[in-house]
Write a new protein. Structure first.
Length: 273
């Protein structure tokens, strides 16, 4: 009995420690995000240098990701159309394929796939960049030159991600619809005009806006986690790799959890109108 009681206490202690660590991490993310956003809206972006850094980050985050996002979401749309048509053909409802693809891509798959691609390309890069600067003491050098690392490094990243991730999500929606159209025209018995007409009739403004809202929040989460992991990097090159891996894993986990919360909220409230 004593051993069982001790085991339960140890389990509760581990659970409490994990919960405390999780809350502390979320608090650190909130503190970093609030400070960066305060810097964005108060002073740094009024300076030419900060604007140039934000523009450079936007080019890297957004324009650089267009080819891979386009390729992935095009094939995701094609796969969705194939899988949907497999079942809908049996029910004699092939005309619903464009609606299935359009709603699934704009509400869910477009923002989510975009976020995962951006995590792999940019979230990991943020953690590696800041982590390397931490190891090589470049962050201390910035502070010695009276440059706030938050304003110099983090705030431009927040601006770039807040603007470019929703733009990438909209682009991924288009490519997903085109992927579905490729199947519809070649094997589904649709004409190009007919497919896009069915897609337009199936979509509402709330479908697109829902995806944009999700992707905007995803962009802030990816930036916060990547920068937080970079700032928490320990000494040694091995720690940079740890921070990069941790940034990718934690970003994906948090994006999925936030996506679940958004989906439940939009389901209960009936979505954005």
């Amino acid at each position: 009995m004593a051993v069982a009681a001790t085991s339960r206490l140890n389990l509760l202690a581990r659970l409490g420690g994990a919960a405390e660590e999780c809350l502390a991490y979320l608090g650190g993310l909130a503190q970093l995000s609030s400070r960066a956003l305060w810097l964005v809206f108060v002073s740094p972006l009024k300076r030419r240098r900060s604007f140039d850094r934000a523009a450079g980050q936007a080019m890297s985050v957004g324009v650089g990701a267009i080819p891979i996002v386009s390729l992935i979401t095009f094939f995701i749309g094609l796969i969705m159309a194939l899988q949907g048509a497999y079942e809908l053909r049996r029910l004699g409802a092939m005309q619903l394929v464009p609606a299935l693809v359009a709603v699934a891509v704009t509400r869910e798959l477009g923002p989510l796939i975009t976020a995962i691609v951006v995590i792999g390309r940019s979230g990991s890069a943020f953690a590696a960049e800041i982590g390397t600067m931490r190891v090589t003491e470049e962050l201390d050098a910035l502070e010695a030159m009276a440059l706030d690392p938050m304003a110099f490094l983090v705030a431009p990243k927040f601006v770039a991600m807040a603007v470019m991730v929703p733009c990438l999500a909209v682009w991924s929606d288009l490519m997903g619809v085109l992927g579905g159209c490729a199947f519809g025209v070649t094997a589904g018995g649709f004409t190009t005009l007919g497919y896009f007409t069915s897609t337009r009739n199936a979509l509402t403004a709330s479908d697109v806006v829902t995806g944009i809202v999700k992707s905007f929040v995803f962009g802030l989460i990816i930036t916060a986690v990547g920068c937080q992991e970079g700032f928490s990097t320990g000494a040694g090159a091995q720690e940079v790799g740890r921070s990069t891996t941790s940034a990718v894993v934690r970003s994906i986990l948090m994006v999925i959890l936030v996506d679940v919360v958004f989906t439940i909220f939009f389901y209960i409230t009936g979505g954005l109108s």
